[in-house]
Design a protein around this ligand. Structure first.
Ligand SMILES: Cc1cc2nc3c(=O)[nH]c(=O)nc-3n(C[C@H](O)[C@H](O)[C@H](O)COP(=O)(O)O)c2cc1C
Ligand code: SF4
Length: 491
């Protein structure tokens, strides 16, 4: 189907935000969205922003590959004001084809990445890298593996079994026989026997939490994480990035410390000050290590969008505290949590964007209330709180940004300082340049139906349905996905 036909169909189905008229080049040159804005020690040439998107193109050792270089080069050719490299692990532990920055051996690849982006953008795009820490996550086990291997058999479990099954012999059975007895249970009996946590491990897969302070490595996170983030930020500096974005959002370690669900009683949870303590200590360690020459910002949640989770008031408080401590920008996201995610199939890992909070994070056109600019009110509240406190810290908004006039109106109303577009930039990495040059009618519009997100969920190379089959036959193997069926970068 031609691009024009696809666009017409998408408009008819309400999948794109209509643009009655695209700006001509002269109008575009006067738009705020394409005007400069200070970002910490740097000046962004525009207030356009491409937020972090994991494309699953790193090597299994977490190294930059040629496919990673092409992915970022493609975005840089469209010359956004700011481009954020995907969530990159601060630890040096195996984590699949996710980028890592936890050791100096990653420096040569990251340096190449910075050079590639500078060259492709003509030095016009500021390049940041998102730094992430995450805790252990296991695939959902078969019942057999769970009952015969993973489940910890203790006195409490035997007592519950003896009572629930009315089988006192459960107290004395040899461990192997007891495990076989549990495996033979009808799944409807599991709830009476297993603790809520064990049930979750069985039905959703084992997942470590920041409140698991019985585990030494989790207890010690406040001691280990500031150094890890600081080292990673220093590597980003040495590699040539303009700055780092601390990942304090979604389902990962730092967001879990900030969450109202963090009940740690060691001074790093359980109160506003406790929940904020580690995020502040990480920021302080990063700043002490890299000084003022690097942009240091954070992405955090304006609303966790889960039961009992943090709300906008918590996000305002956190943003104020971090900005007072010297944070250079606040990028506001929403949801994306494990707590309400759909149970994965056996053999798969839970994915934090499958439940209601996940749908808030990457909203589709099917979401009630509509996806376009959905999260702007959160950014706006945070920006207002910062300005009321006399702070000029820039605020970034993302979520359903699909047209230049929409971005312009957000800036005009003072709801954000940078307006970010992830999926629209994936659908057409040239869309900012086309708009600036007055060729907006040529923009390939995003459908906001999350074909890309489904690929992300299964850790398959992320591509866009709008271009991944185009001219496939003409491409060499290295420019196609592993199965050869999709092109890896936009034409
Ligand atoms: C494939 C994909 C990967 C993403 N990876 C990240 C990530 O690494 N870090 C992050 O903070 N957000 C990530 N996001 C969320 C986006 O940055 C963005 O917040 C979200 O898609 C909503 O913006 P949009 O409507 O412009 O797409 C990802 C989104 C997509 C579609
Ligand atoms: S695949 Fe993703 S980026 Fe492409 S049109 Fe669909 S939602 Fe938009």
């Amino acid at each position: 189907m031609s691009d024009a036909r696809a666009d017409a169909d998408a408009r008819r189905l309400g999948r794109v935000l209509p643009v009655e008229r695209w700006p001509d080049a002269d109008e575009a040159s006067r738009m705020r969205w394409f005007s400069p804005r200070a970002l910490g020690p740097r000046q962004a040439e525009q207030r356009t922003w491409i937020p972090a998107m994991v494309p699953w193109r790193a090597s299994l050792e977490g190294e930059v590959t040629p496919a990673v270089l092409s992915w970022y080069r493609r975005f840089a050719l469209g010359r956004p004001g700011v481009l954020v490299v995907e969530a990159t692990g601060v630890r040096d532990v195996p984590s699949g084809p996710l980028l890592r920055i936890g050791h100096d051996r990653y420096l040569p690849g990251l340096r190449r990445l910075c050079r590639e982006v500078r060259e492709a953008s003509g030095g016009r795009t500021l390049l940041l890298i998102q730094l992430i820490d995450f805790l252990a996550l296991k695939r959902r086990p078969t019942r057999e593996r769970f009952f015969l291997r993973f489940l910890i058999v203790d006195r409490a479990l035997r007592l519950r079994a003896a009572t629930a099954l009315e089988e006192p012999e459960c107290l004395e059975l040899p461990e192997d026989d007891f495990r076989q007895r549990l495996l033979a249970l009808d799944p409807s009996q599991e709830e009476a026997l297993l603790s809520p946590r064990q049930l979750e491990d069985l039905r959703r897969g084992y997942r470590e939490r920041v409140t698991d302070t019985q585990l030494p490595e989790v207890r010690d996170l406040p001691r280990t994480l500031p150094g890890r983030f600081a080292e990673a930020a220093d590597r980003a500096r040495r590699a040539g990035f303009d700055g780092v974005e601390l990942h304090y959002a979604h389902a990962y370690t730092m967001a879990s410390f900030l969450s109202r669900l963090n009940t740690r009683t060691d001074g790093y949870g359980d109160s506003d000050a406790g929940r904020l303590r580690l995020p502040l200590e990480v920021l302080a360690a990063v700043r002490a290590r890299v000084g003022d020459e690097l942009v240091v910002g954070a992405r955090l949640l304006g609303d966790e969008a889960i039961s009992g989770g943090s709300r906008i008031e918590d996000a305002e408080r956190a943003s104020l505290a971090l900005a007072r401590a010297g944070l250079d920008f606040v990028s506001v996201s929403k949801g994306g949590k494990f707590e309400d995610a759909r149970a994965p199939k056996v053999g798969e890992a839970i994915y934090p964007y499958t439940g209601p909070s996940g749908h808030e994070c990457m909203p589709t056109v099917r979401i009630e209330g509509g996806c376009f600019g959905r999260n702007v009110p959160l950014a706006s509240r945070i920006r207002l709180a910062l300005r009321d406190a006399g702070l000029d810290t820039p605020v970034v908004t993302a979520g359903g940004i699909a047209s230049p006039w929409q971005a312009e109106a957000i800036l005009d109303r003072g709801e954000a300082d940078f307006v970010a577009a992830a999926r629209q930039s994936l659908a057409d990495p040239d869309w900012l340049l086309k708009t600036r040059r007055g060729h907006g009618e040529q923009v390939r519009r995003c459908f906001f139906t999350n074909y890309c997100e489904a690929l992300d969920q299964h850790q398959r190379e992320v591509t866009c349905q709008r271009w991944d089959r185009l001219d496939l036959d003409e491409l060499p193997a290295e420019e196609r996905s592993r199965d050869g069926a999709r092109r890896l970068t936009a034409p």
